[in-house]
Write a protein that binds this ligand. Structure first.
Ligand code: TNX
Length: 559
């Protein structure tokens, strides 16, 4: 708080100074995160001075390119105090945006800086956007600025096409505006997939027209267990959900930032909130309650009941309407078979399908595979593909489904070896709900949990197994970090858990592993942290030089 007040006073003083004096001149530094593949600075040539005369030129009528220009203008306004005008015609000193770079990698871009102009040419509007991110991140501070960009040519392209970040808004609800802030954070780190975990035992958080009780009953719990499933409960009702209008708005907001949202409707387990709303969908018929604690529930969707399959299809129909991306995530994790073993309907279905336990899987695991396959087929008929947690391999993988490997790399490896696509998200490296240092007492929230996963561990993660052939390696679509929110009750604390680990992740996702260097990453990090400050993001300071520490992180995180 104290820091905030001082910053406000300082900000006002700076504004005042600027109105009577000249702007501060700063020199851009292209050593950003993730570091571009090739940076050639021509120190003999004159650089480009960004000042109030600079315009942004975008000739293309493409709406994505116009949006790129608007975002660049916004970013520059935020950092330098001057918001450049956008025009279609090239006149005078300008930043020129285009999207006709010849490259096999559609997210590639080239950025050139001369005394007269800066050009950012992408192989697609997304490529141009990453050039914009690099330009924005190269500005080392904020204020009323003139920025000198050294003459340079930067060529860059990402390593992986799938660069994901997952966030759980089911265990705790996060308002639409803070989801947008998370999307901005992702965009800043060149992430292009937001895996949105939107339903779980503890809350159903998306409006579904055909089943109004899902949010009416399933989005609220009267109280929540304290800490790690102690016997004690707080007295605070917790709830919230996103209306269809809010979802559409967020989908658009993400698309403007070249991020595709992958919604996850976790099934057949992790469904207690839905069961509380529609008890007839469970094996016992309930009653059920929206869960007030954490863990794995034995109560799951009944796999022997035809109305459950109809429910799943109906929900997916509305999901597909809201989310235009290629993939829908169907979960599939942590589904105990306790109820199915005792349920007459489930056993009848097993019998009717002729499912038998063998040395690879049990009959109930095969029933789950049947369940997932039916949902996947429904989506396939609508032109969508399925992602599932690695458990979906247990009873036999649905052809065409992508495996998201979270219980280590075993599932992802097996999938890729068998010729299926996989995304690596092993909990040992990429779980951002896990504590960041071994010194738990120093963490802002008492309920910190998980094995210590420091920034360096994330940075050094390599998603492609060393012994893989190029064909197998091509099945590793990319990597993703997951932020589960059992112990993350506020947006501020979520930011603290994600930053700066998202920065480390971005180099795993973007860069050639042979060129990665943790010490060099640490050297480049403070400049990115200035941008975190400019956006008022909360972040962890474990690996920052003490001068760059945000004094507020500990206090705001515990709010
Ligand atoms: C396991 S990862 C889960 C989540 C929990 C998480 C906590 C996965 C597919 N399932 O339901 O929130 O651990 O770290």
């Amino acid at each position: 708080m104290k820091k905030l007040r001082i910053t406000t006073i300082l900000g006002a003083a700076m504004l005042l100074a600027a109105s009577c004096s000249n702007k501060t001149e700063v020199i851009a530094n292209y050593d950003v995160i993730p570091l571009p593949d090739k940076i050639e600075v021509d120190s003999a040539a004159m650089g480009f001075m960004l000042d109030s005369g600079t315009k942004i030129v975008v000739a293309s009528a493409d709406s994505a390119m116009t949006r790129n220009a608007e975002l660049l203008s916004e970013y520059l306004g935020q950092l330098t105090g001057t918001t450049p005008e956008i025009t279609a015609k090239e006149t005078g000193k300008a930043i020129v945006l285009s999207d006709d770079l010849a490259s096999d990698n559609k997210e590639a871009y080239e950025l050139t800086v001369s005394s007269e102009k800066i050009t950012i040419n992408g192989a697609s509007p997304a490529g141009t956007f990453y050039g914009i991110q690099t330009l924005r991140k190269s500005i080392p501070q904020t204020g009323d600025l003139k920025v000198l960009f050294p003459a340079a040519t930067i060529t860059d392209a990402p390593r992986f096409a799938y660069r994901g970040a997952h966030f759980d808004t089911a265990r705790h609800f996060f308002p639409a505006d803070s989801v947008k802030v998370l999307i901005d954070m992702m965009a800043m780190h060149n992430i292009n997939r937001f895996h949105w975990h939107i339903t779980d035992d503890q809350g159903w958080r998306i409006e579904i027209g055909k089943y109004p009780e899902l949010v009416a009953k399933g989005s609220t719990r009267p109280n929540t267990v304290i800490g790690h499933n102690t016997e004690e409960y707080d007295t605070i009702p917790h709830g919230g959900y996103y209306t269809k209008e809010q979802i559409r708005d967020i989908v658009r907001y993400a698309a403007d930032r070249h991020i595709t949202i992958i919604p996850e409707i976790d099934m057949p387990g992790h469904m207690l909130a839905a069961l509380a709303a529609y008890p007839e969908l469970g094996c016992t018929g309930g009653p059920y309650e929206v869960w007030r604690k954490w863990g794995i529930s034995d109560d799951v969707l009944c796999a022997g009941n035809d109305s459950v399959y109809a429910f799943v299809n109906d929900v997916l129909d509305e999901i597909v309407e809201l989310f235009p991306g290629e993939y829908v995530h169907l979960g599939g994790d942590e589904c105990p078979k306790t109820r199915w073993k005792e349920c007459a309907k489930c056993q009848a279905r097993i019998k009717a399908l002729g499912l038998k336990t063998d040395k690879h899987s049990t009959a109930e695991q095969k029933l789950q595979s049947y369940f997932m396959t039916r949902a996947a087929e429904h989506l396939a008929a609508k032109g969508r593909k399925v992602i599932g947690w690695d458990e979906i391999m247990e009873g036999g993988l649905t052809p065409g489904s992508v495996i998201m490997s979270w219980r280590g790399e075993v599932g992802g490896r097996a999938a890729a070896e068998a010729g299926h696509d996989a995304i690596m998200t092993p909990y040992q490296y990429l779980y951002f709900d896990f504590v960041q240092s071994a010194d738990r007492d120093a963490e802002p929230l008492a309920a910190s949990w998980g094995d210590p996963t420091p920034v360096e561990k994330v940075y050094n993660y390599e998603p492609v197994p060393a012994e893989f052939t190029p064909e197998q390696a091509a099945h590793i679509l990319g990597a993703q970090a997951n932020t589960w929110t059992e112990y993350i009750p506020t947006t501020s604390y979520a930011q603290y858990m994600m930053l700066p680990r998202l920065a480390a992740l971005s180099e795993v996702q973007w860069r050639d592993p042979a060129k990665k260097d943790y010490q060099d990453f640490l050297r480049r990090l403070p400049q990115l942290v200035n941008l975190y400050d400019a956006n008022h993001y909360n972040y962890a300071t474990h690996v920052l030089p003490s001068s760059a520490e945000s004094t507020d992180s500990a206090t705001t995180a515990s709010k």
